[in-house]
Write a protein that binds this ligand. Sequence first.
Ligand code: PLP
Length: 405
Amino acid sequence: MSTTDSHAFHHAPMGACPFMPVFGPPQIMFDRGRGTVLWDSDGKRYLDFLAGIAVVSLGHSNDTVAEAVGDQAETLLHVSNFFANPVATEAAVKINGLLKDSTGHDGQVFFTNSGAESNECAIKLARKHGGRGRHTVVSALGSFHGRTLATLAATGQPTKHEPFAPMPEGFRHVAWGDLDAMRAAVDGSVAAVMIEPIQGEGGVHPATDEYLHGVREICDEVGALMIIDEIQTGFCRTGKWFGFEHSGVSPDVVTLAKAMGNGMPVGACWARADVAAAFEPGDHGSTYSGTAIACSAVNAVVDVMQEIDAASLAATQGERLTAALIRVPGVVGVRGRGLMLGVELADGLDARRAYADLLDAGLIVNAVNATTIRLLPPLTVTREEIDEAVAKIADALATQIHEAT
Ligand code: PLP
C-alpha cells in the first residue's frame, strides 16, 4: 500500500474516518507488531523507529509484558481507590525505589493514565505546596507538557494556545537554556519550574548540565519546586533510567508516562515525601489511578528493563546509531542522548518529505520539524535493524540530494 494514495479506513463500514480530525487523516492501518517490526493490514513490513512516540521501549508484543497483562486480566482488573491492590502497591514501591536511587530522596507516587495527567497532578501539587499567592508555573519556550488546558498552558508553544485562548492563568514561559531569563521570571509568586531534560516535541534539544543545575539553584533561592518532565526521556530512553540523572541534579517532582507501560496507558507523578505531604485526602484523584491492569504492565516493564539493563542498551545502540547517521550524506548533525535522537538535515533537504519517503520504504520515523527527523526506536533494537534503518535513511536523503542537483 503506498502512503500517498492509501486510505487506512478502506475496510470501515462507512468508508470514512470515525475519529475526530485532530491528528490528520491516518494513512496506514497497523494490525500486528513484534519487537521493532510492525505489519500493516496488507502485510507490508515496517521497522518502527518511533515506537509509538517513545512508548513501546521494550518492543511490540513484549512477551513478559503481554503475559503479565494477560494474567492480571484473569485475576483482578480494577478496584476503586477506596481500597488497595497488590499490583499498584508493588508498582508504587518500584517507582519510588528507582527515583530514590536517582534523587537520593524517598517519595510517594500518584498513578495516572497519561503524561498530561502526570503533569496536571504535578501542577496541582505545586500550587498546593506553594499556597495562596504562589501558584505560577514557569516553563521553557519550545517545551511540550501535554494537551489538557493546564498542561497546554505550561507548554511553551504559543501557536498551540491560540485556538483555545484564553489559557488558564498562572503560567510563564522563558527562553530555553537561558538562565538569566529563568532568574528574571522566577519570583516569589512562582510555585514551580517545569523542565524536560531533553525537549522532545520541541525538536530534540538537550538541556546542558549547567542549565539544570542553574534551574535547581534558582528554585532553591526562592523556594520554588523543580519539576522534571520525564514523560519522553524516562525509563532508560537516554541511557539512564531518567534523563536528569546525566546532570546529577535532584528534582523535587518527576512526571512519568509513555514507556512506563510499554503501551498500556499509565503514568505517574512522583514527589519527594515532604512535597507530596502537601496533598490531603480529596485534593486529587482519578478513577483509574493505580488500576491493577495498568500497574501489572508497569511491574513487568521495570523488571524487564532491570534484567536486560535497558539503560546500557540505549547508550550502546544510541552510540552506534549516532556514529552511523553522522556519516550519511545530507546529515549535518545528530542531537540527543541514548536512543532519543534528532537528525538535523542539510539546507535544502526536507524532513517531512524524508518522513513520507521513509514510510514508503518501510521505516517509521517522525519529522519533528521541517529540518529534523526524530528517532525513538525500541531500546531492544538490534544492530542489524540499526544498519537497515540507516541504509534506508541514506537512500531517502540521496534521492532528495540527487533531485536538487
Ligand atoms: N510531556 C512530554 C515531555 C511529552 O513528550 C508528552 C507527549 O508527547 C507529554 C508530556 C504528554 O503526554 P500524553 O500525550 O501521554 O498526555
